[in-house]
Design a binder for this molecule. Sequence first.
Ligand code: AHG
Ligand code: MN
Ligand code: MN
Length: 331
Amino acid sequence: MLNKNQTLGEFIIKNQTSFKYSSGELSSLINSIRLAAKVVNHEVNKAGLVDIIGFTGNENIQSEKQQKLDVYANEKFISTLINRNIVCGIASEEEENFITINSSDRNNQNKYVVLIDPLDGSSNIDVNVSVGTIFSIYRRKTKIGTEVSIDDFLQKGRNQVAAGYIIYGTSTMLVYTTGSGVNGFTLNPAIGTFYHSNSSIKIPNDGNIYSINEGNYLQFPEFVKKYIKFCQEEKDDRPYTSRYIGSLVSDFHRNMIKGGIFLYPQTSKNPNGKLRLLYECNPIAFICEQAGGVATNGKENILDIIPTELHMRMPFYCGSKKMVQQLKKFI
Ligand code: AHG
Ligand code: MN
Ligand code: MN
């Protein structure tokens, strides 16, 4: 039941025992993410006042221009997780290789790895539009106490133990799932505490919002072009409404609350799509499914895809069940 006086910290403790592998480690891990989120939120909020907007002049491993806030958020999340000694490995969209933690410490008994998109929608920072952070948590495959390997990170999304996002929007929210429903917490900025604001979030089974970067229309596969025309047709409850922010977190969050579909297809410029399977598609797909929706690359359920590379990309279609089913009819 929803109790808006309950803090995220209290919620985590209360629900810890209902988690089947509970040892407190996952709870501490989510607590660390909560802490880093508050620090990043503080910086995002004063973006126009401090020297944090704009480019660093560097590119990340995917040849994308890094924003100062990309780098800041990356450092904050990684240093928080390292300092609290709560995971055995981290992979980030902004880092070429995964990070091994305490490889020399035989007492490192941590069993979780975290994958993270520290700042999602970074092109929106400079113009005061919502951005986010996405995280994904897996149990390691290799033996506890040994060094992590790439196999610990290249797991199918279905293996996720928890996933969530922070949305730095009109209010700041942390939304996450540990595989038994999706809960949302809103930050009260005056006291720096997240409170339980959305309990067992469910995405409507059908909706009337479609979200896609239509500027790429000419490059889309035929079935996507047909689906867009379907959305625009004047028939039954259509035309649908088109809404596209350009931050996956924000676009998905809106669609989850209101009902809708998000599409990022392959294009001639990005033949495998643009979104990253490990840092973006998998965590959002897990949350979407936990909320009653579905996510696919057009052929397979996102959560069943076995990753082959850390930074691989994937076409991504996700949202209300009926809308994704309708899209699939055009394939
Ligand atoms: P990031 O800022 O982490 O690189 O992610 C941006 C992603 C995603 O958030 C968004 O849905 C998409 O890129 C927008 O891409 P276009 O600008 O091509 O529409
Ligand atoms: Mn992103
Ligand atoms: Mn990013």
